[in-house]
Design a protein around this ligand. Structure first.
Ligand code: ZN
Length: 343
């Protein structure tokens, strides 16, 4: 298996450079270079590309744990994106079938995606057939181009391309600022299969069920059910320890959690925390926080509180139950207030 190794420097920040790998399934060096040509061409628009050679991947694998047979999860740090975590602050999973692998989410940078490919290869030489993106937030989507280069087709909610495109500019600026070199070479993934409602996919002898949801945590939430282990990979519809972050609709998220509750699963892999919780008990802290947020914001609105007063006071009773409360709660309260004030 040959990969292409090269160095990228940003044209508008020439001091910001990184060694990158383009993973391929090619059997020879010329084939690897040909397979990587489109990615290299794309990078040339915004990077100085040098030291192109082929070899085998030198990226250290991201650590994964096999939590159930054939289901591997990287439990990300509960943290904000920074150079040390490379933006990988959302969980990532992969399932190994008889003749292939499916990856669920991809990390927060191109470097993270390369480390996911390395992690899969450390477990099996079966091909990565597909990657499923649970929504459009940076910590879930920005490693996906590396998985696509390795041969995966990309599946996502039908709204993901539009939701991501709307924010791509700020996401890129923020990624370079917060993460630095690991973010060099990061691009928006191209979705090959847009899921309208539901879809059955095959990782290679291991069937997965995808379901696209109405606006909830975000505008493009999609879940993955792995019937072989009765596990729901919930993306950010379910949080653990990390404060839930609201970027869609509070009432919509609550309705989706009610629908999800009836799902025939025994386990859930949340988007943050875990890595494996019993189902449906695993969704209870998220539902409890959203209920507290809703009740408090309604009461504050009824009492004439301003938006900034609501942002400072809503859901205060939940503070001790979560990490990153101060980082995310004011924004959650702001989104909830804007949604509920006109009801
Ligand atoms: Zn998210």
């Amino acid at each position: 298996m040959f990969d292409v190794l090269l160095t990228l420097c940003l044209l508008d920040q020439p001091g910001l450079c990184a060694d990158r790998t383009i993973p391929t399934a090619a059997a020879t060096c010329p084939e690897a270079l040909a397979a990587a040509a489109e990615r290299i061409e794309g990078w040339r628009a915004r990077h100085a590309v040098s030291a192109i050679r082929c070899g085998s991947m030198v990226v250290p694998p991201l650590p994964f744990e096999e939590v159930l047979p054939g289901l591997h999860v990287h439990r990300a740090a509960v943290a904000l994106a920074d150079p040390a975590n490379g933006g990988t602050i959302g969980n990532i999973a992969f399932v190994v079938g008889e003749s292939g692998v499916a990856v669920i989410d991809s990390g927060g940078s191109r470097a993270a995606g390369e480390a996911v490919v390395a992690a899969v290869r450390a477990v099996t030489d079966r091909p990565i057939r597909l990657v499923v993106l649970t929504h459009a937030h940076p910590d879930h989507v920005f490693g996906a181009t590396a998985l696509a280069d390795a041969g995966a087709t990309i599946w996502a909610h039908h709204a993901l391309p539009e939701v991501l495109a709307l924010r791509m500019g700020p996401f890129e600026a923020q990624g370079l600022r917060q993460i630095g070199a690991d973010f060099v070479g990061t691009e928006a993934p191209r979705v090959d299969h847009a899921v309208q409602d539901s879809a059955a996919v095959d990782a290679g002898g291991r069937a997965l069920e995808l379901r696209a949801w109405p606006v909830a945590h975000s505008g493009a939430d999609l879940t993955v059910l792995d019937p072989a282990t009765a596990t729901l990979l919930a993306g950010d519809l379910v949080f653990d320890r990390h404060l839930p972050t609201l970027d869609g609709s509070l009432r919509g998220w609550q309705r989706v959690l009610e629908d999800l509750q009836g799902l025939a699963a025994e386990w859930v892999v949340p988007g943050h925390g875990g890595p494996l919780l019993p189902w449906p008990e695993g969704l209870e802290p998220t539902a409890r926080y959203l209920a507290r947020l809703e009740a408090d914001v309604r009461e504050l609105i009824a009492g004439g509180a301003t938006l900034s007063e609501a942002a400072a006071r809503a859901a205060e009773a939940e503070r001790g139950a979560w990490l990153l409360f101060d980082e995310h709660n004011p924004r959650n309260a702001t989104v909830a207030y804007t949604e509920l004030e006109w009801e």
